[in-house]
Write a protein that binds this ligand. Structure first.
Ligand code: A2P
Length: 340
């Protein structure tokens, strides 16, 4: 059921009031007071407040200065030029300006082609869209340059806005293989070079655990702009988020819907009913209301549209807490915790 105009206005006012408070809080936090009263908890709260303040209603600002939309289309399940074209058309019509691909999705060429065909229809140029892709685990290590250049050539859009190491391990090696850390470091150095050349505007990682993140932050020349991981109410990733906030790394969610399974969770259904939104919108709003960018995957034009309508309502603190209380460290996707 649709929400009435009055309720929408109220929701927007609540969101504006919240962001005003965040800005005021940030301004009031004078350096001297901070030094005297800073604890790990206040430092974390301050980082989150600054991150919220640096994200307007539709974008986050990365540590490169680039603006990344809070909602992007996940393309994991899109295969073949026709399906990709149809989904990209629906997404651009619904206002999406970010698209998330990967070498392992085997759809980089179809995505690049669809965008080149469709951008003129929506009066958009290359600078208006934000494209993410990822280095495949088979190219980790000494094949990283070849892998990244292949992504650039498949997409054929001049540059990639954000390029991630997809997985901390290397394909064909057992998870605890001692060569994994060296391969990751070699891949990162390659991404740093391509970033310096302007071919990859921002670089980051995906599926890294706390240990992988700490290792990278200690050794990198260019700090990762983004960590993309599985994130939803059953997997709140509190410690990973804290570390990202501390080091200025944007924490981005994938599988916000638990691969579809969370859409029938009774608690999610109850909150969705209360705020008169779909379960998918409720789950996605739970993330973006915390300043976490989302990448809902769908091939269905109606659902693609539905998943982008997240900015004309808000969840109450109570609703947010009810959803967050579902946290039980449950994963619907791959678990990288054993990767050496
Ligand atoms: P479909 O492509 O048929 O829409 P996740 O992003 O957590 O991995 O979830 C993706 C899954 O959720 C896909 O199977 C997708 O199927 C389904 N899905 C995406 N959006 C919606 C929605 N608004 N309502 C119901 N199912 C959805």
């Amino acid at each position: 059921m649709e929400v009435g105009a009055g309720e929408r206005l109220q929701a927007v006012k609540v969101a504006e009031h919240h962001s005003d408070n965040v800005l005021k809080m940030t301004k009031q936090s004078k350096e001297e007071n901070r030094a005297a009263y800073e604890t790990p908890e206040t430092k974390y709260t301050r980082s989150l407040a600054q991150m919220s303040a640096s994200c307007d209603s539709r974008c986050v600002v990365l540590n490169t200065g680039a603006r990344m939309p809070l909602v992007g289309l996940g393309t994991y399940k899109l295969r073949g030029s026709e399906q990709v074209h149809r989904a990209v058309d629906a997404a651009l019509a619904a206002g999406y300006r970010a698209f998330d691909s990967a070498a392992v999705y085997s759809n980089e060429a179809d995505l690049g082609r669809a965008l080149k065909e469709l951008m003129p229809k929506y009066c958009l140029t290359r600078e208006d869209v934000f494209i993410t892709s990822k280095l495949g685990p088979k190219d980790q290590g000494d094949r990283a340059l070849e892998g990244a250049l292949h992504s650039l050539s498949e997409l054929d859009l001049g540059y990639i806005d954000l390029y991630l190491i997809h997985w901390p391990g290397t394909q064909g090696k057992v998870v605890d293989d001692k060569r994994n850390p060296g391969n990751r470091a070699q891949s990162w150095a390659t991404l740093e070079d391509l970033h310096a050349q302007g071919k990859l505007k921002a670089i980051g990682v995906s599926n890294y655990t706390l240990a992988h993140m700490k290792e990278l932050i200690q050794s990198c020349k260019v700090r990762p702009a983004v960590l993309q991981v599985e994130f939803h109410p059953q997997l709140c990733q509190t410690e990973l988020r804290r570390v990202c906030a501390e080091y200025g790394v944007c924490f981005q969610a994938y599988s916000s819907l638990g691969q579809g399974d969370l859409l029938t969770d009774p608690v999610v259904l109850e909150v969705a009913k209360k705020c008169k939104r779909t379960p998918a919108q409720t789950l996605l709003r739970w993330a973006v209301q915390q300043g976490v960018p989302v990448l809902p995957k769908s091939s269905n034009p109606d659902r693609i549209k539905d998943n982008a309508e997240l900015f004309d309502f808000s969840l109450t603190d109570n609703d947010m807490d009810t959803l967050s209380a579902l946290d039980c460290e449950h994963r619907y996707c791959w678990d990288p915790s054993g990767v050496a």
